[in-house]
Design a protein around this ligand. Structure first.
Ligand SMILES: [Mn+2]
Length: 209
């Protein structure tokens, strides 16, 4: 079987559809969607519907991103409310026909999102890990928000870490990690990237047009 990792779609339904159409998807492929489905792009609701739809055809894992984390905490914490309102949240509310509809329509989906997905060879996580702690000791805010402290240092996990959140002009690759957020939703020209991983450690990148 293969893992297909996709992250940071940010409401860009057309780029997601285009990318999926370019993948030669097999029945036993397992999708790992790594968060930031929503905010910025025009069709957050459509993106959530489409990633849910994929579970009719394949095993799918759905992780939480920083934008879903802010959404989930916006009502009880002013800091996250500020983030939601100023980093693309209004586009999400609009796509749902109003803020109040977001949880009515996809509340179950957002509440069930996981912080990471661990296999023998890989750790899939939205932003990364704090490299000084074990996986069990991680703080959930680090898992969805950490940047340079994770990216530019070595971690001690035996798994290769597949992450999003911090965008690069091409996939970030070092010996212990691969970053696949290319800025979809942030820049009109940015491509959405899928990373296909097989059990032999083979890595293949596929991009939307
Ligand atoms: Mn993002």
């Amino acid at each position: 079987m293969r893992y297909i990792a996709i992250t940071d779609i940010h409401g860009e339904l057309e780029k997601l559809e285009n990318l999926l159409s370019k993948l030669d998807i097999r029945k036993d492929d397992k999708f790992v969607f790594m968060g930031d489905y929503i905010d910025r792009g025009a069709n957050s609701k459509g993106v959530v519907e489409r990633v849910i739809e994929q579970s009719n055809y394949n095993d799918c894992v759905y992780l939480i991103g920083s934008h879903e984390y802010a959404l989930m905490h916006a009502e009880t914490d002013d800091y996250y409310k500020y983030l939601f309102e100023n980093y693309g949240g209004p586009a999400t509310a609009k796509s749902y026909g109003g803020y109040g509809n977001i949880f009515k329509i996809h509340g179950d989906f957002f509440r069930k999102l996981k912080f990471y997905y661990l296999t023998d060879k890989y750790l899939f996580v939205h932003a990364g890990i704090n490299p000084i702690y074990s996986l069990e000791e991680q703080n959930e805010v680090d898992l969805v928000y950490i940047r340079g402290k994770f990216i530019y240092s070595k971690h001690k996990l035996p798994q290769k870490i597949i992450f999003g959140h911090t965008d690069f002009s091409k996939p970030y690759i070092d010996e212990g990690k691969i970053g696949i957020d290319l800025g979809c939703g942030k820049y009109p020209y940015a491509k959405l990237c899928a990373l296909i991983l097989d059990e032999d450690g083979h890595e293949e990148f596929v991009y939307s047009d």
